[in-house]
Design a binder for this molecule. Structure first.
Ligand SMILES: NCc1[nH]cc(CCC(=O)O)c1CC(=O)O
Length: 308
């Protein structure tokens, strides 16, 4: 490490078990890439607004930057050198002074159903616990008889609610379960049946644009294919003008030399739905897909978005 860098480097993260696990994965990757010792990076856990609000759907709270604001401030203040996030929780539009410097290799992108082996196997009229407008829409589309109940909190809180009988089933990202060492939990839902959230299963690292030294160190652990796919999904979100209230699913995968982007917009009750896909050849192709989805949407579906 050069002398201009603080030692230890301070890694900012939320304090949830998943966030801390992801932070340790980043430290392990940095140590392997740079040959650092154990003391090179220190974890600074910071509570975000999203961690404090447990009783309402986040979409209802409607606040901006629920999972990042406090970490953004810590970056700006120099209290931390970089921040680790689940990319799924990072707003589409970031402050100009912050850059996404690296992403770890993406994990399994699929959602998992816990409590039944498949959506089709859910009992008639079952309750499914989720706070995600996307998951609600996808479940209701496949199973209009199913009721949605609000489930928030970290993985253990949600599993606790399920065990307490507050719902017959719940949905969680497989990536989180795998990273937490809970790979035995739940049944993966094929992406044809439930396209994941944009940026699901990707861990990103942000720092200040002006911290060239830190950006270079982080760049060494960037997984370029993950970064390209997640960036395409985020470009689609930006073009849609999606916010946390807009049910959107999107997944880019490598296809030949390029990327194939699949996307879906829907109303939360699952009654309206549009999906499409595009090979991404040029900059702007993700935005063109967004426009195509919105152009064919009903006024009610289009009203959930502000873009294109
Ligand atoms: N919104 C919460 C959140 N943010 C990231 C993950 C899981 C890990 C990931 O997708 O990277 C989760 C929980 C979940 O959706 O089950």
């Amino acid at each position: 490490m050069t002398t201009s860098l603080p030692r230890p480097l301070r890694l900012g993260t939320r304090g949830s078990p998943l966030a801390l696990t992801q932070a340790r994965m980043v430290i392990a990757a940095l140590r392997a890439a740079h040959g650092w010792d154990e003391a090179a990076v220190e974890i600074v856990a910071i509570k975000t607004s999203g961690d404090r609000i447990q009783d309402r759907a986040l979409a209802e709270v409607g606040g901006k930057a629920l999972w990042t604001k406090e970490l953004d401030i810590a970056l700006a203040d120099g209290a931390i050198d970089f921040a680790v996030h689940s990319m799924k929780d990072v707003e589409t539009i970031r402050p100009a002074e912050i850059v996404i410097a690296a992403m770890l290799p993406r994990a399994d992108v699929r959602d998992r159903l816990i409590g039944a082996t498949s959506l089709a196997a859910l009992p008639q009229g079952a309750r499914v616990g989720t706070s995600s407008p996307r998951r609600s829409a996808q479940v209701r589309r496949a199973r209009p008889d199913v009721g949605i109940v609000l489930f928030r909190g970290n993985v253990d809180t949600r599993l606790g609610k399920l065990a307490a009988g507050e719902a017959e089933a719940t949905l969680l990202a497989g990536a989180g379960l795998i990273r937490l060492g809970r790979d035995e939990i739940g049944h993966p839902i094929p992406i044809e049946e439930m396209l994941p959230a944009p940026a699901q299963a990707a861990v990103g690292i942000e720092t200040l644009a002006e911290r060239k030294d830190v950006r270079a160190l982080l760049g060494a652990i960037d997984d370029a294919p993950t970064n390209a796919c997640v960036s395409a999904e985020r470009a689609l979100l930006a073009a849609l003008g999606a916010d946390c209230r807009s049910p959107v699913a999107a997944l880019a995968v490598r296809s030949g030399a390029g990327l194939l982007l699949r996307a879906e917009i829907m109303t939360e009750d699952g009654s309206e739905h549009r999906s499409g896909e595009a090979m991404l050849i040029e900059t702007g192709d993700a935005a063109a897909l967004a426009r195509r989805l919105l152009d064919g949407a009903s006024p009610r579906l289009r009203a959930l978005f502000t873009g294109a």
